[in-house]
Ligand binder design. Sequence first.
Ligand code: SF4
Length: 325
Amino acid sequence: MDRKRIAFFIPGRGCGRRCVYCDQFAITRDGGGGRPLTPEAVRNILSGCHDPVELCFFGGSFARAGRESFVEFLESIWSAPPGSSITFSSYPGDFNGQYGGETARILKNYPIGTIELGIPSLDPDVLRKCGRDDDPDDALGILAMLRDMDFNLGVQVMIGLPSQSRESSRGDLNRIASVMGGRVWDFRLYPCLVLKGTELEAMYGRGEYRPLELEDAVRTGGRLLLEAESLGFNVIRVGLLDSRSLRESVVSGPYHPAFGELALSEKTALSMSVEHPSGPWQIDARHISRMTGHGGRGIKRLSELTGLPASETAALLQVVRGGNQ
Ligand code: SF4
């Protein structure tokens, strides 16, 4: 059932320290001026709902925000109509050890929609340079533990991080998929951007970090999306939500307001070229913009991949309803 999503942003809450690339205030459009969210404010909004909703907490490390406050936010779901659920993003380490196990057991008392874990990388060198303290094996163990507790899971993965390569990203994806155990997990992909005021900006200024170019990020992202889908992930988001505060905050990196559409166009062109190297290709009417949008990027890319002229490539595209692409 499609339910209305009510998203609350808790920028940086529970994070303790900041990952070098992160400025949740810019990303979540808070701008830093908003007052901290309270459970009472959440309850007030939920009690005005008439149909079941998906209550979402994003932008921080929800499960690390202090036990009392964590439980109080969870309790707010009882103010929403029956059938509502809670989805949130968290740091994998929030579920580490005895305290983390207890956190997971508390969650079983509530209608949890999806637990999304930020797993930008599983490469120890990348994680260290990003200022994160995740242990890659622990992160995989936590995914397996939450899977065995029957939680629906999602992973938030990044590309273009310091010292990250295409190969390490692909390796990470396969390692995560190896613990899915036949489940379908949600998948979000974000390109790393250099944002004002972050440690990454300082690293960029010192010449210690070089962001991906836009086209490189689109190609890397498109290939990763294709692989993620073939491994059974459900892609739900590609690229950050565009906003004025994000635009004003970007210093460098593969920023584009429609990054997701570009990466999906790359994924579609790649998939078509592999499945039918000389066409014809079917594309669902809902997704035709992946081929024709942005100056026909998808068609040009498919033409480049197949070696066919762009006009012939366009002529071999068949728009259908209910297609795979
Ligand atoms: S854990 Fe997530 S929200 Fe917190 S600083 Fe790192 S990237 Fe940002």
